[in-house]
Design a protein around this ligand. Structure first.
Ligand SMILES: Nc1ncnc2c1ncn2[C@@H]1O[C@H](COP(=O)(O)OP(=O)(O)OP(=O)(O)O)[C@@H](O)[C@H]1O
Ligand SMILES: [Zn+2]
Length: 702
């Protein structure tokens, strides 16, 4: 789930942290949720609680604190060894440590491209971070179901939804009093319990209505692009809801509860709404954290209320987002109140008859942590995975949102999609949003490809740090570093084609080289491709060493090195691509004991692969030193170079006079300082933009 509101997020994390600090770490380090000081504190607490504080470098913690483009960055950087092809190599400072691992499952399978970025040793400026986190957390928060629904309502899609509080009857009032008493007892008990645990106590209001969002959603499967398998599976439920008794009479058998699982922003909530919309039934929306109450009995009561209301409205859908908040094994072990809540949910689930017409849909990003009782047959026994969109689906999603804004005819959704592997539906809709805003801001009437490119980088990488002052020497090293990556990518046959290179600082990165897969997301990679990837990784450091000497290499290569190590390790441990010494084996990593001897052999093998790759990079760059100089100089002059321009540059040919920097259209508030602010002022509608810009050298640091 994505919570736009950082206060809500903070509250949620605080509660989760008491029972499952791992989840706090995962969520926080995914970088995808709103953040504030309180949230950061919860993160620190979770680090302490899990004992990870000792194993996490201060750099990482501080970087996380800034929320810099890390979410996307890291997840994808671990995609490499995981399975897929690419991702953004977010070379922020230091190592990504354990944090990367959290996202790896989801992102790992995505094929894609790579961004190689080169980052500062001690990345300055928290400003960039803030931009980044708002970009992902949901500046435009299409992910917030309430907001999304409201927007839909405004747009006239279906009846405007209402937010109701379930009102209690007389009998209930009686009961409520008892509940309060019980709750009071609960406070005392908890105060004591928490005191003993030394965890501190979080007082909370006692008002116990569950805020269920109820409404007719008016959404149909047409509103969800991709996720075809999920839609196919859910179709059956639509049939059922249209006429439950008929469905059961005809012998149809349905799951009572359906779990939608998958990374944040992939459209789980949207899908649930679509089922309701397709079947024309009411939609009850609650979040797991709504039930998560420390006071005994309150959460359980909310569950009961919710289901009572649902039964009255049947046929209908009850959607419980982030169900892990009440259903995780660990949570249950440690929190008695939660257990009651979950038990109540189980009772409700068990209590339904097939013909009753209530379908319960739970959504979670962490299916693995759910209590087995919850996923037993007859309960949430159907698991439907909603994956990140592949190239085709990303294209469709972009088209869907592009249709809603006026755009140039030559805008190609496919091209944007190719540059966004690993992006969720929510990210993509956000990209279109940001692009539209940008176009509006400069007074253009249509959205251009350039707007979208800009938005893509902004949403996925964090805001440009145009105002950051990057010292000349740093820019220079960065130019050679990125030049090294780029040259390696060009000269290594199996490497992914290069898309662009830039030394425009963005997020924590001082620069990056962006590669694209040729045709589609790669589903598998050959050893040759992996070696090529290693070599491209090594290109950054190798270039630094070659030009500035071994004593002047920088910390900016840290995450290149980390990524390379991960690839090499995966090759040896998982893909059987090491030498015959280790052989074709799968080396278990998860706490299973392996012999010291095997360990040593694996380590030696990994090292050998890395050293060989570094040597290749050094050699190749050494014999192309002239090209490297040209490339670095051009980067210093123009900041960003397209693949085409890079080709010209390394051949020593002049760039077209009209070369403009891809990512650097001036914006009023970002323009800052020195001359040349007269660049593209206004886009002529219906015409591919941009008056030529002569980008004078070294004008970045304003
Ligand atoms: N497949 C898709 N097609 C069209 N739009 C999508 C798709 N996936 C996501 N979106 C857009 O992203 C928004 C957020 O998606 P949604 O809230 O449904 O994701 P979610 O999987 O429930 O996320 P979370 O796990 O964070 O709750 C949607 O409202 C929609 O605008
Ligand atoms: Zn690098």
């Amino acid at each position: 789930m994505r919570v736009a509101d950082s206060v809500v997020q903070e509250k949620f994390l605080r509660e989760v942290g008491k029972i499952s600090p791992e989840i706090v770490l995962q969520r926080y380090e995914s970088g995808r949720f709103a953040s504030n000081e309180g949230v950061f504190k919860e993160y620190l607490k979770a680090l302490v609680a899990t004992g990870r504080l000792d194993r996490t470098s201060m750099d990482d913690i501080m970087r996380n604190a800034q929320g810099a483009g890390a979410g996307y960055g890291h997840a994808a950087s671990t995609a490499m060894p995981g399975a897929g092809a690419g991702g953004w190599l977010a070379n922020a400072t230091g190592s990504h440590g354990g944090s990367s691992m959290a996202g790896a499952n989801y992102y790992g399978a995505m094929g894609g491209h790579g961004y190689q970025m080169h980052a500062a040793g001690a990345a300055p400026g928290a400003g960039a971070g803030a931009g980044a986190s708002s970009g992902m957390g949901g500046m435009f928060s299409s992910a917030n179901p309430f907001l999304a629904a409201q927007q839909a309502g405004q747009a006239g899609e279906g009846a405007a939804p209402v937010q109701v509080q379930i009102v209690e009857g007389n009998m209930k009032t009686q009961f409520w009093r008892i509940a309060r008493l019980l709750a009071l007892a609960g406070i005392v008990w908890y105060a004591f319990d928490n005191f003993v645990d030394g965890k501190g106590m979080m007082p909370r209001g006692l008002s116990g209505e569950v805020k269920a969002f109820v409404g007719v959603t008016g959404k149909t499967f047409e509103d969800v692009k991709g996720a075809q398998e999920a839609k196919d599976e859910l179709q059956e439920i639509v049939e059922y809801l249209k006429d439950p008794t008929r469905f059961t009479r005809l012998g149809g058998k349905l799951p009572k509860g359906v779990l939608l699982t998958g990374p944040p922003g992939t459209g789980k909530t949207l899908l649930a709404k679509c089922i309701a919309g397709e079947a024309g039934v009411p939609f009850f929306h609650a979040a797991g954290s709504d039930f998560e109450e420390m006071y005994v009995g309150v959460g359980a009561r909310r569950v009961r209320d919710l289901f009572e209301a649902a039964k009255k409205a049947s046929p209908c859908i009850v959607f419980i987002d982030e169900i892990d908040a009440i259903g995780s094994t660990r949570a249950l072990k440690e929190q008695q109140a939660l257990k009651m809540t979950l038990n109540q949910l189980l009772v409700e689930l068990d209590g339904f008859r097939d013909s009753e017409g209530v379908i319960i849909i739970g959504a979670t990003n962490f299916p693995d942590v759910l209590d087995p009782a919850l996923v037993r047959p007859g309960r949430f026994d159907r698991n439907i995975v909603v994956p990140l969109p592949d190239l085709h689906d990303r294209t469709e999603i972009l088209k869907l949102y592009l249709e809603k804004v006026p755009h140039e005819d030559n805008v190609k959704a496919l091209d944007i999609a190719r540059g966004t592997p690993g992006a969720s539906g929510a990210d993509l809709s956000n990209i279109v949003n940001v692009a539209a805003l940008r176009a509006a801001k400069i007074g253009a009437e249509t959205v251009t490809t350039e707007d979208l490119e800009y938005a893509k980088d902004k949403v996925l990488m964090g805001a440009e740090r145009r105002s950051a002052i990057i010292p000349k020497e740093v820019r220079e090293v960065t130019a050679y570093h990125e030049g090294g990556h780029a040259l390696m990518a060009l000269k290594t046959p199996a490497a992914m084609p290069i898309h662009k290179a830039t030394i425009m600082p963005r997020g924590q990165a001082l620069g990056m080289v962006h590669q694209l897969p040729e045709e589609q997301d790669m589903l598998q990679r050959t050893k040759r491709q992996m070696l090529a990837e290693l070599d491209v990784c090594m290109g950054g450091r190798a270039a630094e060493e070659l030009i500035f000497g071994p004593d002047y290499v920088t910390s900016g290569a840290s995450s290149d090195i980390q990524k390379a190590s991960q690839i090499a390790r995966a090759m040896v441990e998982r893909y059987g691509m090491g030498s015959s010494e280790v052989g074709v084996v799968f080396v278990p990593t998860d706490r299973q004991p392996i012999s010291d001897e095997t360990r040593q052999r694996v380590d030696a093998e990994v090292k050998a692969i890395l050293n060989a790759s570094y040597d290749r990079a050094r050699k190749l760059l050494g014999s192309n030193k002239k090209e490297l100089h040209r490339l670095a100089k051009a980067l210093l002059d123009h900041e960003s170079l397209t693949a085409e321009h890079i080709q010209l540059v390394i051949k020593g040919k002049p760039l077209p006079a009209s070369v403009r920097r891809m990512t650097t259209m001036k914006e009023d508030d970002e323009a800052g300082g020195v001359g040349g602010a007269s660049e593209t002022s206004k886009l002529a509608p219906k015409q591919q933009p941009a008056p030529p810009v002569a980008a004078p050298a070294g004008k970045v640091a304003t």
